[in-house]
Design a protein around this ligand. Structure first.
Ligand code: GLV
Ligand code: MN
Ligand code: MN
Length: 407
């Protein structure tokens, strides 16, 4: 049975992880930075070495393409992202891209031609950490976000996506194209597979998400003379909000999740009652109706927190996508691939967003999960076992080959 080269896949992941490597063994490769550029350049070089042609589109998505025998057959694509969180790991995103490359290298070694072309995509700004929205590149490709709109998005320093893309030389000209299917391999980023000693997660779909930018306005005032009962303490309001987000996500059903991961306090001086806070809210759920109910509950609480703290709170929605379901026949092919190799497997729902969420809107899509150590991700200590990394890629190889058809 055709198998990938585990050592080569692992080595590529480790080589890529040198670009933006952090002291604690993780990766800091923020989207559209010079470090991201170096990661992209490496990927492009590897694609060319593997005989692929390379195209870049207007939002900087990179597509390596291996020709098929039927020129007009729609390509079967694999991929994920090369950008990382500020303190990210070696596998989140990089695995899906390197696994795609390893599939192509394996087909090359075996001299296998496919009927449909095969593509390996590296999507721009999956993480949504430096620029919102998250899933930016795949969102533009799938027609979810207009290109001009996202090019104008700015990071906290006021640098636009357009300028950052031009700066690293990845503002390409390729237009979006049709895909016959899309597969994405990824570490689970949660504890289920490891805890159940399962090698392959057969991903059914992903949680829906609603993200908000929150601005809280109170009034700066002196920490000594200002009586407690007249303060307009924006940080007190923010703290109440953090507790509410956590309470709502704990109380609601259907895989509810709620996170405040970003906060800026002004003027951030120890003897000034803080007058301004900017923070974020990230809500997730497996059911769209429950996701909406979580938001309504938050909005109700905002009104009472404003009153209690004498502050003004605005919520601006910056990301919304409903829960997604992947294509049953492709999901089956992931399950069948696991069976073929005798890997333990189980159905799983993704708590994380993936570019596959938007690909599912334009092409039949499926994902392959493998376990990660302690279920920890978005952390420099993120880790995965080489044998699991290889297993996921073997499943990917057979699922892709099944869809692309050997010539
Ligand atoms: C992407 O990493 C997410 O937030 O799910
Ligand atoms: Mn990811
Ligand atoms: Mn991530």
């Amino acid at each position: 049975m055709l198998e990938i080269n585990p050592a080569r896949l692992w080595q590529s992941l480790m080589d890529l992880a040198q670009i933006g490597a952090t002291e604690k063994g993780g990766v800091r490769r923020l989207t559209l930075t010079d470090t991201d550029r170096r990661g992209r350049d490496q990927f492009v070089a590897w694609c060319k070495e593997a005989g692929m042609t390379v195209e870049v589109d207007g939002i900087g998505n990179i597509f390596g393409r291996r020709a098929g025998t039927e020129a007009d057959a729609l390509p079967v694509a694999m991929g994920s992202h090369l950008d990382s969180q500020p303190s990210g790991g070696k596998f989140d995103g990089a695995y899906g891209v390197m696994a795609g490359l390893e599939v192509v290298r394996t087909l090359n070694d075996a001299g296998i031609r496919t009927r449909a072309p095969i593509e390996v995509a590296a999507w721009t700004n999956e993480e949504g950490s430096r620029f919102v929205p998250t899933l930016m590149g795949s969102g533009v490709f799938a027609g979810v976000h207009p290109l001009t709109e996202v090019l104008n998005q700015k990071d906290v320093e006021g640098i636009s996506v357009r300028d950052a893309l031009n700066q690293i030389g990845y503002a390409g000209k390729a237009l979006p194209h049709k895909l016959g299917a899309y597969f994405e391999a990824h570490i689970e980023q949660g504890p289920v597979l490891e805890q159940t000693k399962t090698t392959i997660g057969v991903v059914q779909g992903a949680l829906g998400q609603r993200w908000f930018d929150v601005a809280i306005t109170g009034q700066d005032s002196h920490a000594g003379p200002t009586p407690m009962e007249t303060r307009k303490d924006a940080l007190l309001a923010a703290s109440r909000l953090v507790i509410e987000v956590n309470r709502i996500a704990t109380a609601f059903p259907d895989y509810a999740r709620g996170t405040v991961g970003f906060m800026q306090v002004e003027p951030n001086s120890r003897n000034v009652v803080p007058g301004e806070v900017r923070m974020t809210v990230d809500f997730r759920n497996a059911k769209d109706a429950t996701l909406s109910a979580m938001v309504e509950e938050l909005e109700r609480n905002v009104v009472s927190i404003e009153k209690e703290t004498r502050t003004e709170i605005t919520l601006q929605e910056v990301v919304y996508f409903p829960p997604s379901e992947f294509a049953p026949d492709l999901v089956d092919s992931v399950r069948e691939g696991s069976k073929k190799f005798g890997y333990s497997h189980r159905d799983i729902v993704s708590g994380a967003a993936h570019d596959a969420v938007y690909m599912a809107r334009i092409a039949p899509t499926a994902m392959v999960f493998v376990p990660c150590e302690g279920g920890i991700s978005h952390n420099e200590i993120e880790n995965a076992r080489p044998e699991d990394i290889a297993a996921g890629c073997n499943v990917l190889l057979h699922a892709v080959l099944g869809r692309a058809g050997s010539a």
